[in-house]
Design a protein around this ligand. Structure first.
Ligand code: PRP
Ligand code: ZN
Length: 300
């Protein structure tokens, strides 16, 4: 079980905006690990799972080549690799198994603030600087637009100022990079978040079991983030109205209250956020003694 062949290897971004959240998610799934001195390898102490910290752009390739079994990476780099391989006549040997609801960003086309833009037609025969050659190429092809793609591995946002391009196609998260470079967003090409990819190579039964266990735990961790446990008292006559107000409620547990024939206690898990406004509406509908508790763990 502990030979390195049988341990699951997960590729993660080594330093960047996805790193901390990825490690935190795995910790919440129960994984304990020690990090190597150079910080590029984490050994899982309590599960046969090791982490490889690499450049984010390398993650899809490592999973496709079966160097790693799983990878956590932005859909932007995953899709770029898929399209790049496809355009070279081969195929990515991995599947997307779930999305992790963090690292949200978008790949956009942007133009210098002072330049005009009148829709996609403006891109015709223009020069567009990007690191996402395959994704941009695929978009332009589908829109039947001929344009020149200028590949830059980084600092794409300064290409117009250097006279190297008329447009840029780059990732936007907060928008501060575009703003700092006097660029304005004109077209979204892809909406992205972190996804888990799994190699298509066949895995031994033991690895499959651990991967399924991990994916189930990840799902549980994502679900509890928004979930709340709500307890309240209500007159029986108001139950239908109250349950209808509770956001994303599963079927509630109804408990009679000792010594009160009419009132009941309602316990329910809400799968969506419970706001002050929700509590006020519940109170108006007849609820009292309202309690909202965070959910620590959940297993479907
Ligand atoms: C992206 C992109 C921009 C920046 C935008 O780079 O290339 O430079 O983020 O983010 P903002 O809208 O919050 O300013 P990233 O940090 O992902 O680095 P990488 O492309 O080198 O992986
Ligand atoms: Zn990168």
């Amino acid at each position: 079980m502990n030979t390195s062949e049988q341990r699951i290897k997960i590729a993660l971004q080594k330093s960047g905006r996805l790193t901390d959240r990825s490690l935190e998610l795995l910790t919440r799934c129960g994984l304990k690990f020690t990090q190597s001195k150079d910080q590029l390898f984490c050994y899982g102490e309590n599960m046969p799972i090791d982490l490889l910290l690499v450049r984010d752009d390398d993650i899809p390739g490592l999973v496709s080549d079966d160097v790693c079994d799983l990878g956590f990476a932005g859909l932007n780099v995953v899709q770029e690799k898929q399209l790049e391989l496809q355009q070279n006549g081969s195929a990515a040997l991995f599947d997307q198994v779930c999305a992790l609801d963090f690292g949200h960003c978008r790949l956009v086309i942007a133009v210098p603030e002072e330049s005009g833009y009148s829709g996609l037609e403006s891109l015709r025969n223009a020069r567009i600087a990007t690191s996402y050659v395959a994704t941009l190429g695929d978009f332009l092809k589908r829109q039947e637009i001929d344009a020149e793609i200028v590949y830059l591995s980084g600092a794409v946002e300064i290409a117009p100022r250097l006279g190297r391009a008329d447009f840029v196609c780059d990732l936007v998260s907060t928008g501060s990079t575009l703003a700092a470079n006097q660029l304005r967003e004109v077209q979204t090409i892809l909406k992205s978040e972190v996804v888990v990819i799994q190699t298509r190579a066949s895995l031994c039964a033991e690895k499959r079991t651990w991967i399924n266990r991990l994916l189930q735990r990840l799902d549980g961790v994502l679900q509890v983030r928004e979930s709340k446990y709500v307890m309240l008292h209500a007159p029986r006559s108001a139950l239908d109205r109250i349950v209808a107000i509770l956001p994303g409620a599963e079927s509630p547990t109804i408990i009679p209250l000792e010594g009160d024939g009419d009132k009941v206690a309602v316990h329910v898990v809400c799968r969506e956020n419970v706001f002050w406004e929700t509590l006020e509406n519940l109170k108006s509908a007849g609820a009292s003694s309202l309690l909202v508790l965070p959910v620590e763990k959940m297993l479907a």
